[in-house]
Design a protein around this ligand. Structure first.
Ligand code: SF4
Length: 226
């Protein structure tokens, strides 16, 4: 079931519709691959952690900011309008994502619409210079939990064999998962979330209105929301 089904209906027949469907399919693929890894290894982030969002704000590709905007319009319309006007829900300073809710145990206020990188925290490996896949536990993962494994885990790189011995399996590689994302992206250029999300929401609202517009001169039927 799509989390942006109404927005998709409103964009029917447009290129944006197809891009959004592609992004959502890739998010579902990532969730499936990660769920398989989590179920096999039981290596879960500590409850309510959220530290990976502190001091971090994602740079977004065009396709993922489009999905984020569509998700907000569908699931948090009032918030979407405020963000379109430049007002983000949380003032966390310049370095921390303005969608991070420090007072909620779930932390991300747009969880279903979050970016690719946000979906990869904690459950991805990477290729080292020798093109070997390695995995390093998240730097916020508690030492005592890592040390409870046998052999003990720590905040260092582990080879595929080591990860398989200790956890049962290496998590999927971030670059492989990101490649899945690039197929739906027109450009690899990225822009900081707070610099691109407001105008993307405004653009999407405008396109939605234009797409349902019967006026021959292309004037929207209703005043633009942003
Ligand atoms: S979008 Fe959500 S998960 Fe990503 S950095 Fe912001 S608060 Fe964290």
């Amino acid at each position: 079931m799509s989390e942006i089904s109404h927005v998709l209906d409103q964009l029917d027949g447009t290129l944006l519709h197809d891009i959004l469907v592609g992004v959502e399919n890739q998010y579902e693929n990532i969730a499936h691959v990660q769920k398989t890894w989590y179920m096999k290894t039981q290596f879960l982030c500590p409850d309510g952690c959220g530290k990976c969002c502190v001091g971090f704000e994602p740079d977004l590709m065009e396709s993922e900011v489009l999905y984020m905007a569509a998700w907000l319009i569908e699931n948090q319309y009032e918030n979407a309008l405020k963000i379109a006007d430049g007002t983000f829900p949380f003032n966390n300073g310049n370095k921390t994502c303005p969608l991070f809710n420090p007072d909620s145990p779930y932390h991300c206020s747009i969880y279903g619409g979050r970016a690719f990188i946000c979906r990869l925290f904690g459950a991805s490996s990477f290729y080292n210079k020798a093109q070997k896949r390695v995995w390093k536990p998240c730097r916020f993962y508690p030492d005592d939990t890592l040390h409870a494994y046998s052999p003990s885990l720590s905040h260092r790189q582990f080879t595929e064999d080591e990860a398989a011995t200790i956890l049962g399996e290496m998590p999927p590689a971030m670059s492989d998962l990101m490649q899945m994302s690039e197929t739906a992206t027109e450009s690899n250029k990225t822009v900081l979330l707070r610099d691109i999300l407001p105008e993307t929401i405004r653009r999407l609202l405008w396109i939605i209105q234009m797409n349902g517009n019967d006026n021959p001169n292309g004037t929207p039927n209703t005043p633009l929301a942003a």
